[in-house]
Design a binder for this molecule. Structure first.
Ligand code: URA
Length: 210
């Protein structure tokens, strides 16, 4: 992937995102829409997976047909909101390996604190897609990618639903080799680190907590 930032401006993605942003949207609808958007975004973030050919026989003749090459893809969810993106993508790529990074945001410093880390072996040989719906300060995403690189990951992409300019800048400085795919880039962060206009707390909206 050549560009550092790809905004998926497809009408279906934008329409679904608008419904997700609306404060009146129910938890059930929010969850369903996140699943649907995750699959549309997955289409973009997996665009450059290498292809090989596989010998098969159609009902008419043998052919060398395209198939995804190499080691299994790894999806890494940044808990807990990342799981909303993860579930949808796993429906498309059911054989993917899955890792989890648990980071919570210290509400005073806005800095990430690690509480869980479990990832598949042989990360260095595999394409790794890190998923988190909200790229806000970029601190959690950059920290998660630091951990994954320390585990050997070399071929990384980051997938989110919404990004703030501050988060994109942070990621570009910390990890210029990691392309970002998002559905939209919003205006700014507020004083509490929320994306504006945003959609609120993605985890709360997805799980119905507050
Ligand atoms: N995390 C969220 O869930 N929402 C934001 O706006 C920022 C970070």
């Amino acid at each position: 992937m050549k560009t550092h930032l790809t905004v998926v401006d497809h009408p279906l993605v934008q329409h679904k995102l608008t419904i997700m942003r609306d404060r009146e949207t129910s938890t059930a609808s929010f969850r369903q829409l996140l699943r649907e958007i995750s699959q549309l975004l997955a289409y973009e973030v997996t665009r450059e997976l290498p292809l090989t050919t596989k010998r098969i026989e159609t009902p008419l003749c043998p052919m060398d047909a395209p198939a995804i090459d190499g080691k299994k893809l790894v999806l890494v969810s940044i808990l807990r909101a990342g799981n909303g993106l993860l579930d949808g993508i796993l429906e498309l790529v059911p054989a993917a390996r899955v890792g989890f990074v648990g980071l919570y945001r210290d509400e005073e410093t806005l800095k990430p604190v690690q509480y869980y880390y479990k990832v598949p072996a042989e990360l260095g040989d595999r394409p790794v897609i890190v998923v988190d719906p909200m790229l806000a300060t970029g601190n959690s995403s950059a920290a998660a990618i630091d951990l994954l690189k320390a585990s050997g990951a070399k071929n990384l992409r980051f997938l989110c639903l919404l990004a703030a300019p501050e988060g994109i800048k942070r990621m570009r400085e910390a990890h210029p080799d990691v392309p970002i795919v998002t559905a939209a880039v919003d205006e700014r962060l507020d004083d509490n680190g929320y994306i504006v206009p945003g959609l609120g707390d993605a985890g709360d909206r997805m799980f119905g907590t507050k």
